[in-house]
Design a protein around this ligand. Sequence first.
Ligand SMILES: [Zn+2]
Length: 635
Amino acid sequence: MRNSLRAVVGLAAALLAMAASAAAQQGGKPVKLEVDLREAARRVYHMKMEFAVKAGRFTLVYPKWIPGEHAPNGPIVDVTGVRFFANGKEVAWRRDTVDMYAFSCEVPAGVETLEATLDYLLPQDSGTAGVASSTAQIAELPWNLVVLYPKDTKSDDVNFSAKLRIPAGWKYATALPVTKESSEGIEFETVSLTTLVDSPVLAGAYLKTYDLAPGQKPAHKINIAADSAAMAEATPEELAAWRQLVAETGALFGARHYRHYDFLLALTDHLAPNGLEHHESSDNRVPERTLHDADLLETQMDLLPHEFFHSWNGKYRRPAGLSTPNYQEPMRDELLWIYEGLTQYYGVVLAARSGAWKAQGLHEYMAVTFARLDRRPGRTWRDLEDTAISSQLLYTAREAGSSWRRPVDYYEESELIWLDADTLIREKTGGKKSLDDFCRAFHGGEGGEPKLIPYTLDDVVATLNGIAPYDWKKFFEERIHSHGPGAPLAGLERSGWKIVFNATMNEHEKSEEESGHVMNAEFSLGFSAHYPGGENADEVAEVIAGSPAEKAGLAAGMKLVAVNGRKWTPDILREGIRGAKDGKEPIELLVENDEFYQTVKIDWHGGERYPHLEKIAGTADVLAEVAKMRAAAVK
Ligand SMILES: [Zn+2]
């Protein structure tokens, strides 16, 4: 408690001068912002702003560190058409030679208003990570893409009056309060820059809104925009699960820190799948057929619960190092194993409690996820905390080499750490308390309008000690600094389950394979490869460090040509693995490496191998207790 208080006081002191100068610059007047999305289908957004200014040097900055993205990835390279005007005359600007995000100009004497314009160019490439985009039928507007703000301003202290135009005939949804709507555009309530950036807009030709808590306060809605009208229709089962999800968070936290909540869901194959949390909404993007395709739905099962949970864990409570005063101040990502990790755990748990994931689905997901972590060679050199500290590098790292580089494991491996903590609390209190009690104590409170309370690891430890006394600091430090061998599976065992392997394909892995068109032989030969005929056809996606495939010389980027002399397909490769079981002959792959052909002989005789969960005999099914519905069933 003391540490977080110190952090807040320190932050406040450092910001005092900053806030004062910003207020003086704006003279208390809100910045006028006009954004035009009418050319979204051409992949360009237009922006015009007006700032109250005084004569002298004036610097505007473009947001660099975007909340929830944990990285300095504000897409400055696509900011074009930057021009400043005063009294109708163009004013020259110069970019800072070190800070690419800062534009300075000299405001002439007698000028009180500076106008700025920019065009944001959106990529058409669905693989572009971290950059919001539009499609021919959908426009997503995270406002940070199209705003400039005075340098050294605290985002809480500068207010914006925004006006938006969207393509004719399109609908829109946002958590931002609307004051007026006409043929001239949509006008929003004047809000702080913090609230503006935290309240994206989803617009689309086919947009459908469902009420998830009819007649209740606060209101909960899901707004779905799809590239086709039919795909924006949710099924009764999906609606039932989302309504139960709202009820489950009420039962879990006992308080909500928003005035209303809007899920924004874009269904399209032309945006990179992603989810970005906000206080009163979330920006979710998944493939177009997700609501009507069992395999796609299976791979996105925990997305909405995850982003929703972030309203409490990430927005209301946030690590001090991520509670920055504006979007230029660097973030410190070391506690992402709490910010993202606890969210990842509860995203999965809430997907089960809301009825979306049945026990079998949950088990198969956990089996493959935890088995991957258990054989992650990268942990021998990089501990879990380092994956969090270096998240700003790892989000955009390519898949090739990920088992040795170690990817953003603070998501999935933290599921194991928090399951460990959850089952330990249950054990120590004879089942009377659980991690739910921690959530209620840490993230509950009074509720109401959005606010931010920063925390440190000591605050988390102190709250846990109030639930079940234990050396929690040591518990976490051992796990975030571990180099293995293997993943921290104690919590899974305490929940009554263990990982076993057999030749029956894991159902979650199968859904991943069928929706992603990547064949996976990671637990046998130790590699995965893109299906023939599609994107990156025949290319080896990843080879696990230390696996039989790696030892035989296979590498990511090589192209599969043939298996045992016959043109490769996923079925032919699987038959090859089965055929070599218990034999002596290696599996022979013909591969193409640049324009050279070579044979790779993999000495593997263990057959096909897929992970599953198996009940540990004579133990209680604590995992079923964790996944059990807490709220009354919603009608
Ligand atoms: Zn997250």
